[in-house]
Design a binder for this molecule. Sequence first.
Ligand SMILES: [Zn+2]
Length: 237
Amino acid sequence: MGFENILKKYFDKTFTEIEFVKRTYEALEQLGFNNENTIAGKCICRDEISQSIRSVIKHMWGEAFNFSSLAGMFFAGKTGLAAAMHHAPIENGKERYVFYAMPHIAINEKGRIGVCKREGRAGESTACGALYAFQKEMANGKVNLTMDNEDVEQSLIRMRLLREIPYGHVPDLLELTKTTLKAIQADIETTINNVVDTGKSNYAVITGIQINGPDSNYVWPAACYAVVTGEKITLNI
Ligand SMILES: [Zn+2]
């Protein structure tokens, strides 16, 4: 079975990273966003296998503000978002931002979820490793809910995601990745609502799941929309 067919088993629609970023750029261009007047932000996992989309975003939009934490969680908060906004160009009195946010999940050539190969390492590796570790803890019935100051981001992941998971339920890695996406989107939107003045700023939120395939990465698009002079417009990706 070709990898395209494996992808179809889990995701109804996927693009290569280049296709995905290009399509979002073209859709946003029609709404007045471009690489000269817009600052991009990205919120993806720290994992090096996730970084390829950074180069694509840079190629289309220029250097992007980095909101990233483990698992692609949005922990940069109001301070992080306000900083990015103060860096945005101002054209005709308006600032423009586009936020790319996505967790990631590996799928290997046999269709196994969460499994990937790492260059120079024999055997199998996992991605997203942070979500995989948290999923294992839930499956084993032991989740440490304290803030470990020597493991800050992973502690925050547990605390934040457990708010989205029904008590006692143990999601598999794919479900947990979708839950993570929902949390990232909600946290970005809450922060935007607190910080962004839509009278002064137009912005776009581009979300999805990055899929680490055996040879390259793909994106399953989720919520993709722009807010232009306060009006929400869904992007046709
Ligand atoms: Zn990860």
